[in-house]
Design a protein around this ligand. Sequence first.
Ligand SMILES: Nc1ncnc2c1ncn2[C@@H]1O[C@H](COP(=O)(O)OP(=O)(O)O)[C@@H](O)[C@H]1O
Ligand SMILES: Cc1ncsc1CCOP(=O)(O)O
Ligand SMILES: [Mg+2]
Length: 258
Amino acid sequence: MTIKNVRTQSPLVLTYANFVTPQFVANVVNVIGGSPLMSREVSEFNDLCQIAHAVVINIGTLKANELSDIVTLSKVATNLDKPVILDPVAVAVPFRSKAVQTLMREGHVDIIRGNAAEIAWFADIDFDSQGIDATGSGDVIAIAQLAAEKTGAIIALSGAKDVISDGHQTAVIETDVPLLSTNVGTGDALSSMIGAFVAESLTMENVTYTMATFKLAGLKASHQITTPGFYSMQLLDELAAITSEEVATFMTESVQYL
Ligand SMILES: Nc1ncnc2c1ncn2[C@@H]1O[C@H](COP(=O)(O)OP(=O)(O)O)[C@@H](O)[C@H]1O
Ligand SMILES: Cc1ncsc1CCOP(=O)(O)O
Ligand SMILES: [Mg+2]
């Protein structure tokens, strides 16, 4: 849905957050017009999924004894027809790989948003990474398409080139804003922001729209601020101020459909 609709409907995005970035993630969902809520308590997942419009699972600081909780969360959400977005932080690290394999096998995920290295893991393609960061290079379009085919999920690959693919259709946004990668948590925030935009309908178009909106806000912020600290604040302000018309124009100029 468009920003206008997000602002009128204020969808509730339930995030199983990591303990590093939840404040920034909540603020991004909030300024864009959604309603953020974080929980890691399995006994309230049923109640929370009833009122949530989308559920985001971030494995950034997952512990072994929480794995069954995220599987449960994905199943409860899916049974209630709420879209589930996975942020597979540093998924190539073995504990995380096994956790995500279990989640995909025993639970359900509709959308996967990650950087190129994280998405390459789902495609079974080697891509250099250092922890949370993608450090290598590769054919990100082929990686996103293959990851979508292998997982059946909509893939949102982020980076200098964003690629969104459901395995049939692919959209590319190539707008370089290096400052966007200077803050820890921008990826996490983007994953939860996707939740707000797919609340009404789980489509590749809505995922593409979110990626374009975030990129445009990042681009506008980079015209105002050139240092990382204040940049993250400016990004929040740009997200709060961005209009449907601006996003529509940016999408016409910058989104390429393959
Ligand atoms: N070099 C870059 N140029 C433009 N945008 C970027 C760049 N690196 C990251 N981004 C943007 O930053 C946001 C977070 O993506 P990314 O840094 O890939 O995620 P993560 O923080 O999970 O690694 C996305 O909107 C992505 O498009
Ligand atoms: C540093 C760190 N460690 C575990 S999760 C996390 C944050 C990852 O945030 P992002 O992937 O959005 O940069
Ligand atoms: Mg990340």
